[in-house]
Write a protein that binds this ligand. Sequence first.
Ligand code: UD1
Length: 382
Amino acid sequence: MNAPGPIPPKILATGGAGYIGSHVVIALLERGFDVVVLDDYSNSHEEAARRINRLSRGRRARFLRGDVCNAATLEALFRAHRFDAVVHFAGLKAVADSVARPEHYYGVNIAGAACLLAAMARHGVERLVFSSSATVYGLADTVPIPETAPLRPANPYGRTKHMIETMLADVARARPGSRTVMLRYFNPVGAHPSGLIGEDPVGEPANLFPLIARSVQGGGRPLSVFGTDYDTPDGTCIRDYIHVEDLAEGHVAALDKLLATDLARGEALPVNLGVGRGVSVREAIAAFERVSGQQVRTVEAPRRPGDVAECVADPARAMKLLNWHPRRDLDAMCRDMWRWRLLNPDGYRGREVLATAADEMPPIAPVPAGEAQQTFRDAVRG
Ligand code: UD1
């Protein structure tokens, strides 16, 4: 599709202030879309919303506080705006939490999706990009994993993603005009190159890269390497880490296709978003050490229950159908994540004073690729 014309497509992003959503919203604004965000800020921060609008060079998203499970909220939203498409991020995503209180996960994730689908049907909104996860594959028979692989998620969180995918397939069959792309993310890492937007989970982090950063910044708590006896070259688990900016570009590519072509008409099309390259836990740590100049203290720990040895995408479908190609390597993921952590050691909390002062300032443009390394060095020195 060419650059959007004078009336840009209007996109609803549920959960658009969260980790993935915030990067996608910036990319959508840069693409020229009109963006409305619905977020309840249960695992995100209003400070992220403020920064998105500082980074987006003139275009501003409208941020509305609200619950995607609330039918009245959605009805009011869909009456007020004529959306061309929806990107659905809102939902709970912590695996261990989903094991501890599955009813909560089914309640929020399934009810939220059902409520959204009902509002879309009532208002004739046909195009949807759903934030799914490679977790739907569980223990895969073949690696790299194609979208056609069997789906056997191994925890309640993964099962909610699988159930929503099933709902979307049923809805697509019932409404031949609908078009849905379900993006199955592999392991998102990194942050916006400005260092202003990044991952800031409420509560304890559970994923590898936030824990690597915490082991360096958090007063010397060593990083546990979960399992060193896997049947992999260095004995540690292999994952397909993908820069969150590449992930964001994948959403823009999916929306462009949904808005301008016949892609996924009458179906809910699953599409992997991964690099297609496996990286072991030890390789991830080494890359972080190389890029940051920090040393990560590690301890060998038993395997983490539920972990699979290897999870790597076959990204051929995204490349072919969305014309999407990941562009950022593991070093860029480490560099951008570390810049975010250096500039925001407490995440979005504790930065309100700076942000308030900065609100008076002109918008900050993202750091151009060539200058990123320099800025990063300055941040490390500072
Ligand atoms: C996890 C979730 C997955 C979710 C994804 C989101 C599980 C079983 N899976 O995937 O459903 O979609 O996060 O990003 O929780 N590791 C360590 N030490 C640590 C932390 C992690 O060695 O302190 C290892 C893990 O064993 C794993 C790798 O690092 O091999 C990546 O872990 P993580 O970032 O949690 O992602 P996944 O397990 O792939």
